[in-house]
Design a protein around this ligand. Structure first.
Ligand SMILES: NC(=O)c1ccc[n+]([C@@H]2O[C@H](COP(=O)([O-])OP(=O)(O)OC[C@H]3O[C@@H](n4cnc5c(N)ncnc54)[C@H](O)[C@@H]3O)[C@@H](O)[C@H]2O)c1
Ligand SMILES: [Zn+2]
Length: 682
């Protein structure tokens, strides 16, 4: 880059992006290679590096001279003596799918003469450890070196000597002056688990994964410690001293095995399809391998062709790594959409730049609620990490604040429902915001309708849920008030989906009959959030009629037994939503009515202040538990679901079980049905 040339604004932005990415890649290189303690997944790291490479390819003039993309690994640790490699130890390029792989093979072909095109490939497991070079002089092990930055590594000879499956003397190589074998030092899963278990007990260092444990162990300054670490070496190449008659990578590995090295599975293939099916079968079985692998390595099998193809600064042209699908990936959050659930919850859904993760393309991710958005501090335009493992729904696991563009804004809850435009509320202490258009909001109507006709609400048995949903889907019934106009469509209904005259008549009669209802049923039926059957009864009792309830302030609502601030606010907001009021008026105009409830002065109630629990079957009266509950409430009692020391009395019918036992053990008064009936009659 020409330092004298002034950069325009766009270029400055690109440089800023590059610098931010360079800092990230550096930071994670250090955590991974130096500290052996990565904080992000390999795939996330690869993606960061790739975005930097892409920028550098698009804007070569702006490429920063200290970019880490051209180098391998990180600087060697100064505590070990450093050794320059005779032949650089390279990394590998990556492919992530069959198309990438085909493209890799095409590039290989392009560089080969006609007679050599479509070479055989040798496929190996990509062992997840770290690369080590071993040197033998006349068959005697002399030195072990890490990859380091690819040019210079760390001398770890003492530690290597402690790895059990590395032969220190190779009889078959006595007449080879210099033999260099490279391979991966790894920690088998069983050993890794044992090491971490012991580390936990002795409060030693616990490693994130076997790869880091292997790296940390190998770079122990005290060989006695390294000796206790369960490491193993798998050889995968001969870089100096290979007998001349061996001309294939696959044959080189067979030879290594013969002379005493451990070598993992190898397969020679001739086409992309063969690689693909092998790759897929290894994904199926990888969990049963004794060590971790993070992909496969595909190498041109012919060693002569390998050297013809040569290498780039960081990786060979004759080999590549075919990585396994990642469970965490980085992408961009393009938008946040607010969705309205069937019961009015408003939830944010993140719209992502589509990304491959856990083997599928993910473009939506739930952000749960506004609190979660604030906790993550995520904004539209942010770079985010998305995790998906197995069938678990995708999740944002990280927001890359370091990479945030300049013009983002913090996310706020929408003021109005995106579906019906009613005001949105977030009750204090709740995580989920709600649309207040309960009876009006199309997103909630179907649920509202089903609730409205249910047994404890308006109890319109003749109008089954299935028909109701069909009517809703056909647009015949939109709000609950439309139910009372169904008779106007009688002719259509008879022909509707072979419903027939008889059913229609039954339905209309049931609807007609439901018009004569009670205030508490009506309050329950209109489906105010937080208002169940008991609360509806309390409200009816307390206010006596609908108008005073609709006008009640939050404080007035809080005065009702069992109603706290959250429910009081939900009720208050419900009646402030104009749309709900319209539907209620329409219901009354259609003829829905009830008697006023006589208000009793509460401190005259005989069971005031008592908490009752009901159990068993009330055989004598045939009363349902719900009815018994209502009776007790009329007498001023609270009715709860479980027995505790605070319970005043347990109403026990026939076949009372564990609640009775518990009441007896706590010394709670037990009331039998007979006594109960006498009580309510009095
Ligand atoms: N999570 C992080 O923060 C973080 C940071 C830096 C690097 N990394 C990860 O480290 C890796 C990058 O390092 P890399 O340069 O070692 O590349 P690499 O691991 O992707 O590929 C090269 C290495 O593969 C190994 N290998 C395993 N089996 C092999 C076989 N059969 N034949 C040949 N080589 C084989 C060798 O050690 C070789 O050096 C990536 O997976 C990257 O995601 C992660
Ligand atoms: Zn709505």
């Amino acid at each position: 880059m020409n330092a004298n040339k002034k950069l325009d604004i766009e270029q400055q932005e690109i440089v800023a992006k590059m610098r931010a990415l360079i800092n990230e890649v550096r930071k994670h290189n250090n955590a991974y290679y130096v500290m052996d303690a990565p904080t992000i997944s390999d795939n996330e790291y690869d993606q960061l590096r790739l975005s930097l490479i892409e920028l550098e390819e698009r804007y070569p003039d702006l490429t920063q001279s200290d970019s880490p993309t051209a180098s391998v690994g990180d600087d060697p640790l100064p505590s070990f003596s450093q050794v320059k490699h005779d032949i650089p130890m390279l990394s590998l390029g990556n492919v992530f799918n069959k198309d990438d792989l085909t493209e890799f093979m095409r590039r290989v072909n392009d560089r080969l003469s006609d007679k050599d095109k479509d070479p055989s490939y040798e496929v190996e497991l990509k062992l997840d450890g770290l690369a080590v070079s071993l040197k033998y002089h006349n068959g005697h092990f002399v030195r072990g070196v890490t990859r380091g930055d690819g040019q210079t590594g760390e001398d770890i000879t003492q530690n290597v000597r402690t790895i059990n499956n590395i032969p220190l003397v190779l009889e078959a190589a006595f007449d080879i002056d210099v033999l260099e074998v490279r391979g991966e030092v790894l920690m088998p899963k069983a050993g890794f688990e044992r090491l971490n278990r012991e580390a936990k007990q002795s409060e030693g260092k616990v490693f994130a994964n076997p790869r880091n444990a292997a790296a940390g162990s190998l770079r122990q300054l005290d060989p006695a410690v390294a000796a206790n670490r369960p490491l193993a070496f798998y050889a995968y190449s001969v870089n100096q001293g290979l007998p001349e008659h061996i001309t294939q990578q696959s044959a080189a590995l067979a030879w290594l095995k013969e002379i005493g090295f451990t070598v993992s599975e190898v397969k020679v293939v001739n086409s992309v399809d063969q690689v693909q099916s092998y790759y897929e079968s290894v994904i199926e079985t990888r969990n049963s391998l004794p060590f971790e692998i993070d992909g496969m390595v595909i190498k041109v099998d012919d060693l002569q062709l390998q050297s013809q193809l040569g290498h780039l600064s960081r990786e060979p042209r004759w080999a590549t790594a075919y990585k396994f699908p990642a469970e965490t990936a980085i992408t961009k959050l393009n938008a946040i959409e607010w969705q309205v659930g069937r019961t009015g919850q408003i939830t944010p859904v993140g719209k992502l730049e589509p990304v491959q993760v856990g083997g599928v393309t993910v473009s939506n991710v739930t952000l749960h609620n506004i609190g979660e958005i604030q906790r993550l501090d995520v904004r539209v335009g942010d770079t985010v990490s998305v995790h998906r493992a197995g069938d678990v729904i995708p999740k944002v696991t990280r927001v890359w604040h370091e990479l945030r563009p300049e013009d983002t804004e913090s996310v706020t809850l929408p003021a109005n429902c995106p579906v019906c435009d009613s005001p949105v509320v977030l009750p204090e202490g709740e995580a989920l915001a709600r649309c207040t258009g309960e009876l009006f909001c199309p997103a909630q109507q179907q649920e509202a309708l089903i609730h409205f006709v249910s047994r404890k609400a308006m109890d319109i048995e003749g109008l089954g849920e299935r028909w109701l949903i069909s009517f809703f889907e056909q647009g015949i019934v939109k709000t609950v008030a439309d139910i009372y106009h169904l008779q106007e469509h009688k002719a259509d209904l008879v022909n509707f989906d072979r419903l027939g005259e008889k059913s229609v008549n039954n339905m209309l009669t049931a609807i007609e009959e439901s018009k004569n209802t009670t205030l508490s049923r009506f309050i329950y039926a209109i489906g105010i959030k937080g208002v169940g059957e008991t609360t509806a009864q309390n409200l009816a009792q307390h206010f006596g009629d609908l108008p005073p309830l609709m006008e009640a302030s939050i404080e007035a609502l809080e005065a009702v037994p069992d109603i706290g601030t959250i429910t009081a606010e939900l009720i208050y907001n419900f009646f402030r939503a104009e749309h709900n009021v319209e539907v209620i008026e329409a219901l009354q105009q259609a003829g829905v009515h009830w008697d006023k409830v006589e208000q009793v002065v509460s401190d005259n109630l005989p069971l005031e202040g008592q908490t009752w629990v009901i159990t068993g079957t009330l055989v004598e009266s045939g009363m349902s538990r719900d009815d018994a509950k209502a009776r007790l409430q009329v007498l001023g009692a609270k009715v709860s679901g479980s027995v505790s020391a605070k319970t005043s009395a347990l109403l026990a019918g026939e076949k009372a079980g564990s609640k009775l036992t518990k009441a007896e053990s706590l010394g709670v008064r037990v009331v039998l049905e007979e006594e109960f009936l006498a009580l309510i009659e009095a």
